[in-house]
Design a binder for this molecule. Structure first.
Ligand code: ADP
Length: 758
């Protein structure tokens, strides 16, 4: 008897299987020959032979006979199952007592056959084409029953040894067949699922190989193309190098390379080529490198600011604070300053000085009239003529990643069909978002977090709230005549002379001439007009110097008209004659402060009121309040309003005027009209008035007072609550004017002589 210890495999009766002769010989005492009996022992656990103990063996085994020996192979046929009643193991030898265990054959032979064939077909189909199948196909075709399939595949069936033993133990052939089918088909399904997963993996691998192959192919074709279009090569090589050296982030580099690849495929004459060229030119022209902040000496910074600009003390102090905070935080940007003031008050140019003080590059980006979001954020490249937005364009002009950017005229953004540019601007300015600002044209993020933004505006009330909230407002009230004189003398005139090529000794403009030029030829809060006048003057002087060979051209007040070729401005000078019903008011416009005249007149009629001079709704309401107030203060004259029509006019009708601050002027003008007492044109006033006659505070006081002084007013009435604002008013303006804070309208009426002085 040859014992065949089987672990993991299941031997069933009526199966023919081949064994290597060497293997069988190893199990028996003498060489194996045909007719020898064998016993298949099923093991519970894997064991080295010889170490097998009695308890390792399942108590049912299968007997067989060696049928034939063919070369190195022995064909064994199994016959029947036996119960192992006792098992003794000594070393390699087994002593067993066994008993036949007959099958109960309760399965119809036809059905048995049918189910066997089904199983074999399933097997053939599942393993079709597999290597394993090729080696065993001939054997499979020889199979006669299901036992053979299960015995043969038992080492790879996905069931435990105990379950295999359950099959062996089953006496009923019908039930055993069921058990075998269950084990077999389940294992087959598992195999299928596994192999599907495997082939999916294989597919991805194949895709990768394919991709690499295609890339190699593209490289090869590229070389061919290069040879066909040698003219493209230099540009392409140039961009290749630039992309490599630009220090772009991952995304940007990938995009640039993609564009470059497309460019390589285009001929130089194609429209596409131009677009791709522009794109690469733009992105590689940007600075992608992180710039180090320069060492800043606060005293030096202050000196730079002082050198470039006269006055502006508060602003300069605030800027120095900002620089200090940035140095402490080790950051290159900080809070966003918003400079608000009339044109020519130095907002933009001090922005430039900030850059100089920080030793950083400066760019100015004008936002005036921007109505399309794309102008901020760029056009998508699908557009013909697509362009980057103004922000990225500015950054590119600066050539660095940390410039000081002055965003000019943020109050002039227009919300339109093209989206909301201010929300795009919000993204630019928001430190939470701007490190990955994505311009649509570029289509890749750019880090704006090191950019120092400074905004300018003529007024802050038109700036959308969310934007305004992110900024720190600093107001530029404009300059007094004295400040303008200093600015002209120290900065504007020397610059104008230099621009016109005039040497220092060639032109002498007297202080009086400068002052006259300021007061008679300019009318503004800032110094832009003044600068233009000085430029004109220098150009005229240059002609004189060249033509007449003058040694030194000197300019006195009387010469101004000749040099400037214009008559002096008289526009906002106070009136010379006084008339009842006409009073001087003070207004604030985008150009700074201005004086205005309120004219009132009764005409024959029946109590109608006409208002002219482009007055806004608020100002019309002020007029109605003034009428009511005057009627109640002068009850005896109240009937005048019923018997006549009232006409209120504010000259300079081309300029729209609105706001409540003319209330006090309207009331005074009407009081003057009904009483027939004229008010001296040397008085001017500003303040909102309530129905009770209380004078309420107004804005823009510094600008208004400067305008009053410019126009030759001597006494100004202001709301009591505005007294604190006087600190912002230049000293010489305060000195030149008698400033009278008032609480009630009656205070004014008394002082101008309409009501008796107590
Ligand atoms: P804004 O931006 O407020 O319209 P700018 O900054 O363009 O005004 O100023 C107009 C001109 O006036 C510039 O040439 C500027 O150098 C000059 N300027 C304005 N304020 C001063 C000042 N305080 N000192 C010297 N020059 C000044």
């Amino acid at each position: 008897m040859i014992y065949i210890p089987y672990y993991n495999a299941l031997a069933l009766p009526d199966v023919s299987c081949y064994f290597q002769l060497d293997f069988l010989n190893g199990q028996s005492d003498q060489p194996v020959s045909a007719g020898d009996k064998v016993l298949f022992l099923m093991l519970k656990t894997e064991k080295e032979e010889g170490e097998i103990q009695a308890e390792d063996i399942f108590p049912i085994a299968v007997r067989g006979v060696v049928e034939s020996i063919d070369n190195q192979w022995a064909l064994v046929h199994t016959t029947n199952r036996v119960n192992l009643d006792s098992i003794q193991v000594t070393g390699k030898s087994f002593r067993l007592e066994m008993r036949m265990r007959p099958d109960i054959d309760d399965l119809d032979p036809d059905e048995k056959k049918e189910r066997f064939q089904k199983m074999r077909a399933a097997m053939l189909q599942t393993f079709q084409g597999s290597q394993w199948m090729e080696g065993t196909r001939s054997q499979m075709l020889r199979w006669k029953n299901m036992n053979e399939i299960v015995t043969f595949t038992s080492p790879i069936l996905r069931i435990s040894n105990e379950e295999k033993y359950e099959i062996l133990k089953e006496d009923s052939t019908a039930k055993r067949t069921e058990l075998m089918e269950k084990a077999f088909y389940e294992s087959l399904e598992l195999y299928k699922v596994n192999s599907e997963a495997q082939s999916a993996q294989q597919e991805t691998n194949e895709k990768l190989y394919r991709e690499q192959a295609i890339r190699r192919q593209i490289d090869y074709l590229q070389k061919e193309l290069d040879e066909l279009h040698p003219e493209n090569i230099t540009e392409i090589r140039k961009f290749e190098q630039k992309i490599r050296e630009a220090g772009m982030n991952e995304t940007a580099r990938a995009e640039a390379e993609k564009v470059l690849n497309r460019m390589k495929q285009e001929g130089q004459d194609s429209h596409e080529y131009g677009m791709l060229y522009d794109y690469l030119d733009f992105v590689t022209g940007l600075s992608w490198k992180k710039e180090n902040a320069a060492e800043i000496d606060l005293d030096e910074a202050r000196q730079v600011l002082d050198e470039d600009h006269f006055g502006l003390k508060k602003t300069k102090e605030r800027i120095i604070q900002q620089i200090a905070v940035m140095a402490l935080n080790k950051k290159q940007s900080g809070s966003i300053l918003l400079f608000v003031g009339a044109p020519g008050t130095g907002k933009t140019s001090i922005g430039q000085s900030i850059a100089k003080a920080l030793k950083r590059k400066y760019v100015r980006i004008s936002l005036g009239g921007v109505r399309d979001e794309a102008e901020i954020r760029g056009h998508r490249r699908t557009y013909i003529g697509a362009m980057p937005g103004r922000i990225m364009d500015g950054i590119r002009r600066s050539g660095v990643s940390n410039p000081v950017v002055v965003l000019d005229e943020v109050d002039k953004l227009v919300r339109d069909y093209g989206g909301d540019p201010s929300s795009a601007l919000l993204e630019v300015l928001d430190p939470e978002q701007n490190s990955t600002f994505t311009d649509h044209y570029m289509n890749v993020p750019y880090d704006l977090s090191d950019v120092l933004f400074v905004c300018t505006a003529n007024r802050s009330d038109t700036i959308p709230e969310p934007l305004l909230n992110r900024m720190e407002e600093i107001s530029f009230p404009g300059y007094s005549a004295l400040e303008k004189f200093q600015i002209a003398k120290r900065h504007l005139l020397p610059k104008a002379m230099e621009k016109a090529g005039i040497g220092e000794t060639d032109l002498a403009v007297s202080d009086e001439a400068l002052k006259a030029l300021i007061s008679n030829y300019t009318m503004e809060a800032g110094v832009r007009g003044l600068k233009n006048r000085l430029d004109t003057l220098c150009r005229a002087a240059a002609v004189k110097i060249v033509r007449d060979g003058h040694q030194t051209v000197s300019v006195e007040p009387a010469d101004l008209r000749g040099f400037l070729e214009t008559a002096p401005i008289r526009h906002d000078h106070i009136l010379e004659v006084k008339n009842p019903g006409i009073v001087t008011g003070l207004a604030w416009t985008q150009a700074g402060g201005e004086i205005l005249f309120i004219e009132t007149l009764f005409t024959k009629g029946e109590g109608k009121m006409t208002v002219t001079g482009q007055l806004g709704d608020v100002m019309k309401e002020s007029a109605m309040i003034a009428v009511s107030l005057v009627k109640s203060m002068f009850p005896e004259q109240a009937s005048l309003f019923e018997e006549n029509d009232l006409h209120i006019h504010v000259p300079a009708g081309a300029v729209p005027k609105d706001g409540p601050s003319a209330g006090i002027t309207l009331t005074t003008a009407l009081a003057s009209l009904v009483t027939g007492r004229a008010v001296s044109p040397e008085y001017a006033m500003t303040g909102e008035v309530s129905l009770r006659g209380v004078v309420m505070p107004i804005g823009g006081l510094p600008e208004k007072l400067m305008a009053a002084q410019r126009a030759g007013v001597t006494q100004v009435f202001i709301p009591e609550e505005n007294v604190d604002d006087l600190a912002d008013v230049a000293e010489e303006v305060r000195e030149a004017l008698t400033i009278v804070p008032v609480h009630y309208v009656t205070d004014v009426l008394r002082q101008v002589g309409i009501l008796p002085q107590n």
